[in-house]
Design a protein around this ligand. Sequence first.
Ligand SMILES: Cc1cc2nc3c(=O)[nH]c(=O)nc-3n(C[C@H](O)[C@H](O)[C@H](O)COP(=O)(O)O)c2cc1C
Length: 181
Amino acid sequence: MTDSMMEGGAAGSAAAAQTVTPAQFRSLMSTFPSGVAIVTTSDLDGQPRGMTCSSVCSVAVDPPTLLMCLRTGSPTLTAMLRRSTLAVNLLHARGRAAADLFASGTPHRFDMVRWSADPEAAGPHLIDDAHAIADCRITGTMSASDHTVVFGEVFRVQHPAAVDQSPLLYGLRQYSSWSVA
Ligand SMILES: Cc1cc2nc3c(=O)[nH]c(=O)nc-3n(C[C@H](O)[C@H](O)[C@H](O)COP(=O)(O)O)c2cc1C
């Protein structure tokens, strides 16, 4: 946001008088489809952690940087901030069950998927469910309401031999997939 975007004035006052409910906001954002990722890391004792995340966004190319917005109370977020690394597993269309699993809150989510723990990696790699994986080191965070924005610098990209390369999408409150014609 630039300084000029933050100036008040008549337009600013009018905007402040409007109220948008959480339901209206959710409805708005449901019309903005995105890809689906599972972001992973591990506790300091080596326990894997991960959650489904659609708020991944590109920030800059040099150095390659992305961001994601995670619920501040999330145990996955706590673990990744302690370790300062995370892996972004970009899901393909057949990774939908994993997306549901890693959004479910179950503590046993890593028992139900195949994953690898390469010591060079920033977090567990979901080798059956991801078409691409970005290993990142955390370079910064920012508090935003009840979420934390996490900035990650990508230091390695891998492409597992996925059977399905079509990216999984989430929008209009349902999953879909990008059909590569
Ligand atoms: C498609 C989809 C996208 C999601 N994206 C996010 C997200 O960007 N940030 C977030 O905090 N939660 C997101 N969630 C919800 C979390 O995956 C869910 O709260 C999960 O249980 C968090 O795990 P944890 O509490 O173990 O960290 C998403 C869920 C779904 C189904």
